[in-house]
Design a protein around this ligand. Structure first.
Ligand SMILES: [Zn+2]
Ligand SMILES: [Zn+2]
Length: 314
């Protein structure tokens, strides 16, 4: 399985403002010396030696992940604005399944707002398979596409091959993976997903405010979290913000590190980035998270920022 990040920002899409781009250019130019410009090799060496926050951006699209099973088949989680570039990419793919599977964590705008602009949904030969444990989620999804919010409803122009699968059993099998879900702590509810292919286990937990009971080895926690190697976790806050924003339904990266540490996670991706934080600030938070893991004596936990356009072999 391969994990692709299409949307990583929480709450609302967040562009890089013009002044921030100007500042990045100024910072790069200030670091240049004449020898850096000498050859193509020296220029490339200079660019790749720049700090990650400067040479690129974390990304501003709202949540959308893709688990690629192989070249043609994949499973999508959430339809935030990140699903729009995913859809554009899908058209370019040589091998592509016309069956598109989308699982929803919940239906806050930042997790569904990309769907009206998801190009493949307008291809009549495509079959869309939607999944959520929420019983009336078909209506919820249809409701965002109606007058006066949007000119096109899901009844016209879009493919009419749509299946709304309400998740009722404990798990489902899809493309050789076993997918489980569980309720998370978020206003209005949210669901986390566990995707297992053999002994490789991936977890997507967004949006959620971690609670003391999440660290306990209860049956429900153990079934969901044990054996999980890689986790994408909702961690937009600092510890101070998590205290100030108690009950807002999101977690701090500090709690995220403790949680990953408690469950023996090997790779933790910080996710649902705070829209007010720029690239430099997000990388500072990452550094703090890594230091904190070290202070817990955990040298086996790798921590990364979820970055748009990046891939990770699970
Ligand atoms: Zn969200
Ligand atoms: Zn939410």
């Amino acid at each position: 399985m391969k994990l692709r990040f299409w949307g990583v920002r929480g709450s609302h899409p967040t562009g890089v403002p013009p002044e921030a781009i100007r500042q990045k250019i100024v910072s790069v130019v200030n670091r240049l010396s004449a020898s850096d410009l000498e050859s193509e090799t020296s220029r490339l060496k200079f660019l790749t030696s720049l700090p990650e926050w400067l040479y690129g951006t974390v990304g501003g699209s709202t949540p959308c992940l893709e688990i690629a099973i192989d070249e043609s088949r994949s499973i999508i989680f959430d339809a935030g604005s990140g699903i729009i570039p995913l859809g554009n990419d899908w058209f370019q793919r040589k091998k592509k399944s016309k069956d598109i599977h989308i699982f929803f964590t919940h239906f806050h705008y930042d997790h569904i707002q990309g769907f009206p602009f998801f190009g493949p949904a307008y291809d009549p030969t495509v079959t869309l398979h939607f999944y959520s444990p929420v019983t009336n989620f078909e209506q919820i999804l249809r409701n965002q596409m109606q007058h006066p919010y949007f000119p096109i409803t899901m009844d016209n122009r879009m493919t009419q091959n749509m299946h709304f699968n309400v998740l009722t059993s404990e798990s489902i099998e899809l493309y050789g993976t076993t997918i489980n879900w569980r309720k998370l702590n978020h206003p209005g509810g949210s669901f986390g997903y566990r995707v297992a292919e053999g002994d490789r286990v991936f977890g997507y937990l967004s949006d959620t405010e971690l609670l003391p009971e999440d660290y306990q080895a209860s049956t429900v926690n153990t079934e969901f979290l044990s054996g999980m190697q890689t986790m994408v976790l909702d961690t937009p806050y600092t510890l101070g913000e998590a205290i100030e924003k108690f009950n807002w339904g999101h977690s701090s990266f500090t709690h995220g590190v403790e949680f990953a540490h408690a469950w023996g996670i090997e790779v933790l991706f910080l996710f649902h980035h705070e829209p007010r934080y720029d690239d430099q600030r997000l990388h500072l938070n990452l550094q703090s998270a890594r230091w904190y893991a070290k202070s817990l004596g955990n040298s086996k936990l790798s921590i990364y920022l979820s970055m748009e356009g990046s891939e990770f072999h699970l």
